[in-house]
Write a protein that binds this ligand. Structure first.
Ligand code: PBG
Length: 344
């Protein structure tokens, strides 16, 4: 029988590989692994403290003892690492609690390290949550002074390393911060501690809920003289190249969801591991819409995480880490149960 043009076209039927869940799993291009997820955690002084964060439903500010419990839970779901942010008792112009041996992050890291020797601990290195003016660097004559900040970032990183951090993550967007921290770590005897640079960090409106959580909103002006201008992409590649030259072991694009093109460009331009931070405001949008019943949270979270992975990120820093890891385990269990039922 002669084939019609229609039949000839329909030799190619992409739907064949979409027919069943098992076929879709087999043909999937991007796969899930909780080991690539990093959970941000907020730690504050005290005991037995678990404070909900209104703008980040499901996230808490907790004291070091409660942090141990949170991390227990996260480890059981197989997530790859935690990223710690500290909220100090008192803020000073020079952010001195950021680099104090008795600082909140230092205390939390020592506790975690004792209980979880194998846990990957990443610490955020910045001054904004520790300074009374809320800027990421020292203020001189109303400007954020780059070079005098470098020394304090170096001291902060060394104090985190001494407490037991595996990776320090400078997020202040000061020029030369990765190099200054590398030198400080090496001089202090921590050549094995890695640096994850917040290399391409944009001056984004989507940090709003985080600044609530960390009480770190700038008290005057904004962060546009040091964080990147959102319309730029070539500049991100330049920042990333500079961080790698200065010794960054992992580079980052932040935020993630609004900057998928930057993630893709970064992936193509570099060979080092690439992190992407699905930030507080981007996450809060999904949570708020889900709470209103406007979308299915689980599907939306997987779609976003999938988009970030597809764009080229190796690891994803996300407030959904625990949920996503649990959902991944649950869908693996569902798949097994289905196999059992089918006698396979
Ligand atoms: C500190 C820092 C910020 C975030 C991570 N580290 C806030 C900022 O730059 O204002 C934002 C994270 C988020 O929004 O989830 N410099």
């Amino acid at each position: 029988m002669p084939r019609t043009a229609l039949h000839a076209d329909l030799i190619r039927r992409p739907r064949r590989l979409r027919r069943t869940p098992a076929l879709r799993t087999l043909a999937r291009e991007t796969r899930w692994n909780p080991g690539g997820l990093v959970a941000p955690l907020f730690v504050r002084p005290g005991r037995g403290v678990r404070e909900p964060i209104a703008s980040l439903p499901g996230q808490i500010r907790c004291s070091p003892d409660e942090l141990l419990r949170e991390v227990d839970r996260l480890r059981r779901c197989g997530i790859g690492a935690v990223l710690l942010f500290g909220i100090p008792e008192t803020k000073f112009p020079d952010g001195r609690e950021a680099y104090a041996e008795s600082g909140i992050v230092q205390e939390a890291v020592r506790g975690l390290r004792r209980l979880h020797p194998g846990l990957v601990i990443i610490t955020d290195v910045c001054l904004c949550a520790y300074s009374d003016h809320g800027h990421c660097g020292l203020v001189r004559d109303g400007e954020i002074d780059n070079d005098s900040t470098l020394d304090l970032l170096g001291r902060t990183a060394v104090s985190h390393a001494a407490a037991g951090a595996d990776i320090v993550a400078p997020s202040a967007m000061m020029d030369g911060q990765v190099g200054a921290i590398r030198e400080a770590l090496d001089t202090a005897g921590f050549p094995e501690v890695a640096i994850m640079g917040y290399s391409a960090k944009y001056a984004s409106a989507f940090y709003g809920p985080f600044r609530d959580a960390a009480d770190s909103a700038p008290q005057f002006g904004d962060r546009r003289s040091y964080q990147m201008d959102p319309p730029n992409v070539r500049e991100a590649l330049r920042e990333i190249a500079l961080d790698i030259e200065q010794g960054a072991d992992i580079v980052m694009v932040k935020p993630a969801l609004c900057y998928l093109d930057v993630i893709r460009a970064a992936r193509e331009a570099t060979t080092v591991p690439l992190a992407a931070y699905w930030v507080s405001g981007e996450y809060a949008m999904v949570k708020a819409a889900a709470a209103a019943g406007w979308l299915d949270e689980r599907r939306a979270v997987f779609e976003v995480l999938g988009a970030i992975r597809r764009a080229g990120a190796d690891l994803i820093i996300t407030y959904a880490a625990a949920d996503a890891a649990r959902w991944m385990a649950a869908s693996a269990a569902d798949a097994e149960a289905a196999l059992d039922r089918s006698g396979g």
